[in-house]
Design a protein around this ligand. Structure first.
Ligand SMILES: [Zn+2]
Ligand SMILES: [Zn+2]
Length: 281
């Protein structure tokens, strides 16, 4: 049975209950990871998985909360015995971003390789596929699943992608969609049409009274995310079977209130995400 495991359901604001954004999709024995938020390797470990057991890492967009642990995932996988190249799929700029890390850690890594003489040096190889290289759009395909990136709307952050995971299980075609960060997006509704599960971000509001927030900041943050009522509309319009909420801004909120707000619009199955829960699809 395929499943979705929420590794991190938080946002940039740190929380020991909700780690940085990261979602694992398991189809047959393949593990596909979406975003590498803070703490992703520890959450994989808590789930009984090694970083070396990931087929590929898919990045939704270049915002720190989604990419901060890329190097940690790469190195942890090597320490855990990865024998094959580390594979990253993401927006343009992700290759440079990853290679800057390699440059920053070059001396440290060379020294370690030389001293430790680990047998799996191939585990340090890597492959990066940017979604658009020249004019051709990248689509991931292996024996188990096809994973297609599609544009969402998180402007001014461009490009920002959601991912559609399609596979066949026991003769049935199945579809899981990951929203990434986005405001209400018509393209996402189209791509999610009749999905078995939609994993979507949600913005619950920030506290006006906090000195760190101005009204302008609050409005700008709200503007490029999706409100609870809108999440309900998206799931309803796309006729999805199951709506799984994640990337909660802020990470602490009234869960019952959120569920009730979404329920007013969308009558299907609603899961208020928590770190380390598994949802079968
Ligand atoms: Zn984010
Ligand atoms: Zn973002």
């Amino acid at each position: 049975m395929s499943s979705i495991k929420l590794l991190g359901t938080g946002c940039p604001s740190p929380s020991h209950i909700r780690f940085g954004p990261s979602t694992l999709v398991q189809v047959e024995n393949n593990n596909y990871l979406f975003d590498a938020g803070s703490g992703v390797t520890q959450r994989l470990n808590e789930s009984g998985l090694k970083s070396s057991e990931i087929e590929a890492l898919f990045i939704t967009h270049i915002h720190s909360d989604h990419i901060v642990d890329i190097y940690q995932l790469y190195i942890a996988g090597w320490h855990q015995g990865r024998e094959k190249p580390f594979k990253i799929i993401g927006p343009s700029g992700i290759k440079d971003f990853f290679e800057f890390h390699l440059k920053a850690f070059k001396t440290e890594l060379e020294g370690r390789k030389k001293w430790e003489a680990r047998p799996n040096e191939n585990g340090l190889l890597y492959e990066v596929y940017e979604v658009y290289e020249v004019d051709k759009k990248y689509i991931y395909q292996d024996k188990v699943a096809q994973i297609s990136p599609f544009e969402v709307d998180h402007k001014p952050v461009e490009p920002a992608y959601g991912y559609k995971i399609e596979f066949n299980e026991e003769g049935k075609d199945k579809k899981i969609v990951i929203s990434g960060d986005t405001r209400k997006s018509n393209n996402l509704i189209k791509q999610s049409f009749k999905a078995n599960a939609l994993v979507h971000e949600v913005f619950l509001g920030l506290d006006f009274d906090e000195k760190r927030m101005t009204k302008e900041t609050l409005e700008n943050v709200a503007d490029y995310h999706t409100l609870p009522k809108e999440v309900g509309e998206i799931a309803k319009e796309a006729l999805v079977e199951k709506l799984i909420l994640t990337h909660f801004v802020p990470p602490v909120f009234d869960e019952a209130k959120l569920k009730a707000e979404v329920r007013e619009v969308y009558k299907g199955d609603i899961v208020i995400g928590k770190d380390l829960i598994t949802v079968e699809v």
